[in-house]
Design a protein around this ligand. Sequence first.
Ligand SMILES: [Zn+2]
Ligand SMILES: [Zn+2]
Length: 96
Amino acid sequence: MRRKLAHRTVAYAITPFPPQPAERTMRDGDTIARFHCPRCQGTTAQLEVEAAPAKGAGPQPALPNLVECQCGQPHAGRPENAPAWGCGGFWNEFDG
Ligand SMILES: [Zn+2]
Ligand SMILES: [Zn+2]
């Protein structure tokens, strides 16, 4: 059995990662996407809001959906002004 990664042993570092699959659940009509951070194995979640296409607008380019790790766990060397409350890992999630 693989030992679970202790958060304090994972140093804070801004690190990009490839797209990761999300587990989606519905809550009060909203979609919550839950990700497992590929850096620290922590769980982070984000609310997915479906944007209505603007009237008369042409096809919209698919934007990468940036996910930042917000595991909320302490990491070694975490700066005071870190952009997210996580390990610093971030990645793009693409639908489809
Ligand atoms: Zn993380
Ligand atoms: Zn973490």
